[in-house]
Design a binder for this molecule. Structure first.
Ligand SMILES: [Zn+2]
Length: 245
């Protein structure tokens, strides 16, 4: 049983070292993530505005072509007015002329709206662009810094990961999942020793009967106060020895 506890405690010791490496990164990984998200959000807004703007420019162009066509028809109709032979022809032509003129007017006014809208979108996009640039610059700085830190500890981290894998493979499956669950919940230490009659995780005093049982290293105890796995100092000393500390 004591070996089972020593292995588990060794896993914690290696994880402590990995946590320390992680800590060196500070809030850089978080900052990089949030900057990426922010930039994407602004870029999405820009893309949306760009697409509405280009749609509106396309419609404007279609309208212009239609206005051109109608204007040239209008010219023809007006020329034909001089050659009409009867009232019926005259009425038909004026009807065409009226229709073309009102269509041209409608399309022109629509184009004024498209133009205004496209200008509005253009300036909104221009307002957003500096924010993308600024955030990208900060992101690059953070990424460079983070890469540098990761690079500096690359070899050490790889060694620790290898060591961790080896130890983890020796830990009982059930113990491992308990360990990981506590570690996740309490962010870090899942297994601790007694220090001056107290749990070194939460500093709560352990009843003396419990301490005696603990020192026998016969089973897995958890701290009644914080829920961490509790082991005797002997286990911690042996674990450190096994890691060559
Ligand atoms: Zn505790």
């Amino acid at each position: 049983m004591i070996n089972r506890l020593i292995t588990l405690f060794s896993l914690q010791l290696v994880d402590d070292e990995l946590d320390q490496l992680e800590e060196l990164r500070g809030d850089l990984p978080l900052r990089v993530n949030s900057l990426n998200a922010k930039i994407k959000e602004i870029q999405d807004q820009i893309d949306e505005k760009e697409s509405i703007r280009s749609e509106s420019l396309d419609k404007r162009k279609d309208n212009e072509e239609e206005i051109e066509r109608l204007t040239s028809n209008l010219k023809k109709f007006k020329a034909q007015l001089y050659k009409v032979r009867n009232n019926k022809e005259y009425d038909a032509l004026t009807k065409e002329i009226d229709h073309s003129e009102s269509e041209i007017e409608r399309l022109s006014s629509e184009n004024v709206d498209f133009e205004l809208n496209s200008e509005k979108l253009k300036s909104a996009i221009e307002e957003l662009l500096p924010s993308v640039e600024e955030n990208t610059a900060v992101l690059m700085e953070n990424q460079v810094e983070l890469k540098k830190i990761i690079k500096e500890n690359e070899i050490e981290e790889a060694k620790l990961r290898e060591k961790r894998e080896k130890i983890a493979s020796q830990v009982k499956k059930a113990d491992y999942s308990v360990y990981m669950r506590i570690r996740k919940a309490l962010k870090g230490k899942a297994i601790v020793t007694i220090n001056r009659s107290a749990c070194s995780g939460c500093h709560n005093i352990i009843p003396s009967q419990r301490q005696i049982e603990l020192r026998q290293n016969r089973r897995l105890f958890t701290c009644e106060s914080c829920g961490r796995i509790l082991v005797s100092p002997e286990v911690s000393i042996e674990a450190e020895k096994s890691l060559g500390k």
